[in-house]
Design a protein around this ligand. Structure first.
Ligand code: HEC
Length: 268
């Protein structure tokens, strides 16, 4: 399998070399191939990787991007970054600590009809960086940082696109491309121009597990984490698929055996 992949990659390389180097306006570069633990029918998420990815989201991306479709407790579900066997997500101490460190949440009304702020809990949603879209746009020169909950499903190329996009800032723009101030050349973005500044500098995050936080490592981890946020039940779904296949195989065997039994008594 690996050799076939390598041969294909080499062939793609030759074709890429033969093609004109600069992309025409409106075109964009295909995301780079990369290997993930969750690929294929048996692939599962790597928990350490998801935890690191969350750290990148929490310390870098959450300044501008929300995760509106998730609550903090989801990270403690089976297959999630902070899942611990036998511990309910709501009682997960790691998540309780994470929630308490996040921005307080508005709750209420209290007995006097007033809204009040309180510490964020595991059952609360992730904090939104902006109150509304207008505020988000005005803080980002008119561009809107999309919610990242299901971004991997929403973009062609999925996980690989996110990784390539985050690492794709160091390339030389074509001369005829008009890049206005506050915008950056990124060949993986549709239109090749993005209003998001480069994010992943060496050492912007200090990983709690001691892994060296190179831009490549961070891009890998955050792309894995965002794949999990867009499909938190993937591990369970794959396991169920496998059980169904085993069940069908046994059923097939039984049916064949009973067919032989029934027809063995008939003269022919
Ligand atoms: C300073 C604010 C800011 C931070 C921090 C930030 N982004 Fe963005 N991001 C933006 C803006 C603004 C856009 C919209 C860009 C556009 O439409 O040109 C964007 C767009 C995106 C997109 C969508 C690109 C597309 O295909 O439309 C992705 C994916 C993304 N950001 C991922 C991330 C990740 C992952 C992080 C953390 C490592 C991050 N961003 C950190 C401001 C930010």
């Amino acid at each position: 399998m690996k050799t076939i992949h390598r041969l294909l990659a080499a062939a793609a390389g030759v074709i890429a070399l033969a093609a004109p180097a600069a992309l025409a306006a409106g075109e964009y570069k295909k995301p780079e191939e990369h290997t993930w633990s969750f690929e294929g029918p048996f692939g599962t998420f790597d928990q350490a990787e998801l935890q690191r990815g969350f750290q990148v989201y929490n310390q870098v991306c959450s300044a501008c991007h929300g995760l509106n479709y998730l609550s903090i407790r989801h990270m403690g579900m089976e297959g999630g970054p902070f899942y611990t066997e036998g511990v309910a997500p709501n009682d997960n101490p790691a998540l309780q600590a994470i929630a308490a460190e996040m921005r307080p949440i508005e709750d209420g009304p209290d007995d006097f009809g007033d809204m009040f702020e309180r510490e964020r809990r595991v059952t609360d949603p992730f904090p939104s960086p902006y109150e509304n879209e207008q505020m988000a746009r005005s803080a980002n020169g008119g561009a809107y940082p999309p919610d990242l909950s299901v971004i991997v499903k929403a973009r062609k190329g999925g996980t690989e696109y996110i990784r390539s996009l985050l690492l794709g800032y160091d390339q030389e723009p074509p001369e005829d491309l008009d890049i206005r101030t506050g915008n950056y050349y990124n060949p993986y973005m549709s239109g090749q121009v993005i209003a998001m500044p480069p994010q992943l500098y060496e050492g912007i995050v200090e990983y709690e597990d001691g892994t060296e936080a190179t831009p490549e490592q961070m891009a890998h981890d955050i792309a894995a984490f965002l794949t999990w946020t867009s499909e938190p039940h993937m591990d369970a779904r794959k396991r169920m698929g496998l059980m169904v296949m085993i069940y069908l195989l046994i059923l097939c065997g039984l049916l064949y055996w009973s067919y032989r039994q029934i027809w063995s008594k008939v003269e022919h």
